[in-house]
Design a protein around this ligand. Structure first.
Ligand code: FCB
Length: 424
């Protein structure tokens, strides 16, 4: 290996990711009646529910060998402890079979910001009864899919979910400053993760031992001005509440044994100015931020170096294999997005060089999609979707072409060619 070049392991997963509420359409969960800031809703979204075969073809064109997909709980169980809905299960099985035929390994997410309505109406994740209901669902789903899936991701970003539902009022049920509820949600999810992990192991497997983990969103917090004491304090408090507390609940002490990997969703940095996060996702104007020297996409401040730092830190701290379960940038400036990807992959490569055991990278997202509170305004797709056209036409983006170059160069069996010039 020459300095500056890294041979990615042959079995490294180069993937992309979506979530059911954001792409499928035709869901009946707490998001169905939600109207986003742009007036959009998720009732059709990308219509991936009906068009998944075509979307797998887009993945094949991209050359990815992995796909992080969600399975929507509300489709599969009509009541607590009910048997799984066979028709909906068959649809997911068909999707998994299409992926297999395209040589794409699935990582299945069990909870991504949405719940069946019977969970929500009973108090959601604040209610301890949600834990056994989720474990029952997991056990049934895993025994149905264990021949086809070995990568299980129980919870996507418990910190984002619990904070937007109970602290910041952004997600249904829109509560604010209910710190006790926030903590309860995290504790219940952590307990559910541990019990779901036991259920997954108990279910046995169809060849490959299951891998089990969560996707932790990692945001760095800071202050925009050096001497803004309150902003610094708020940054420390945020770090403690959203990062440390959550990781301790899921991975502290013997709890770590429930996970065989740790997923990291990484978008960057949020710095406070006058106690407000100075990021576009918090309402700040990107142009104004630009004038202050803050480099951001349409959501967060970029901080590529931070990716290497956190990968090395997680590797040392937890000793678990890592996956970058989400990274991407939202912008209509594709050159910016390509630069952003290159910079983050360079950091990934350095972390691997330094010994961090990272097994895969999932670009967020396969498609432009329904970005929760922001609706359809944030363009994250490798493949764009025209939401102004009822036919929802897909189109390969330049970022997608660039990513295809990376995936193809690193495809198994092409190990000798797998140093991509763009990130060397
Ligand atoms: C992550 C979410 C994902 C998407 C991206 C932009 O926090 O997991 O659903 O919204 O951010």
């Amino acid at each position: 290996m020459t300095p500056g070049h890294l041979t990615f392991p042959d079995n490294f997963l180069w993937g992309t990711a979506t979530s059911p509420t954001q792409v499928e359409g035709h869901v009946a969960n707490e998001w169905t009646d939600y109207i986003a800031a742009d007036g959009g809703h998720c009732r059709v979204a990308c219509n991936h529910y009906h068009r998944y075969e075509e979307d797998v073809e887009w993945m094949a064109q991209l050359g990815v060998n992995a796909y992080r997909m969600g399975i929507e709980w509300s489709r599969l169980q009509a009541a607590p402890f009910a048997p799984l809905n066979q028709k909906e299960l068959e649809r997911y099985i068909h999707l998994l079979d299409c992926l297999k035929a395209a040589n794409i390994t699935p990582m299945v997410v069990l909870h991504h910001f949405s719940n069946p309505r019977w969970i929500t109406s009973a108090g959601g994740w604040v209610n301890p009864a949600t834990v056994p209901a989720f474990v029952d669902y997991t056990a049934k789903l895993v025994s149905a899919l264990k021949e086809r899936v070995h990568l299980w991701n129980t919870f996507n970003e418990p910190d984002t979910y619990a904070s937007l539902t109970y602290l910041l009022g952004g997600f249904p049920p829109f509560h604010k400053w209910q710190l006790a509820s926030y903590r309860k949600v995290i504790k219940h999810m952590a307990e559910a993760h541990i019990r779901a992990s036991e259920a997954i192991r108990r279910a046995g497997h169809g060849g490959r031992s299951p891998e089990i983990g969560i996707a932790k969103n990692w945001t760095y917090f800071g202050a925009l001005k050096k001497f803004a004491l309150w902003d610094h304090l708020l940054a420390r408090l945020s770090h403690h509440t959203f990062n440390r507390f959550v990781l301790t609940e899921f991975l502290g002490g013997r709890r770590r044994e429930a996970s065989t990997f740790l997923g990291v969703n990484y978008y960057g940095l949020a710095r406070f100015k006058n106690l407000q996060p100075a990021v576009p996702a918090g309402g700040a104007c990107p142009k104004q931020l630009g004038r202050m020297g803050v480099v951001c996409d349409d959501m967060f401040e970029r901080h590529p170096d931070g990716l290497g730092v956190i990968l090395r830190d997680f590797h040392r701290r937890y000793g678990l294999p890592l996956y970058i379960t989400e990274h991407g940038a939202a912008s209509s400036d594709e050159s910016f997005r390509i630069r952003d990807l290159t910079e983050h992959l360079r950091e990934l490569r350095n972390a691997l060089n330094g010994g961090a055991d990272v097994r895969g990278f999932f670009y967020w997202s396969l498609l432009d999609n329904f970005e929760w509170q922001f609706g359809y305004t944030k363009k994250f797709g490798l493949v764009s979707v025209d939401f102004n056209d009822e036919a929802l036409p897909r189109r390969m983006t330049r970022v997608g072409e660039y990513y295809r170059g990376i995936c193809r160069a690193r495809a198994p069996g092409m190990a000798s060619q797998n140093s991509h010039p763009a990130i060397s």
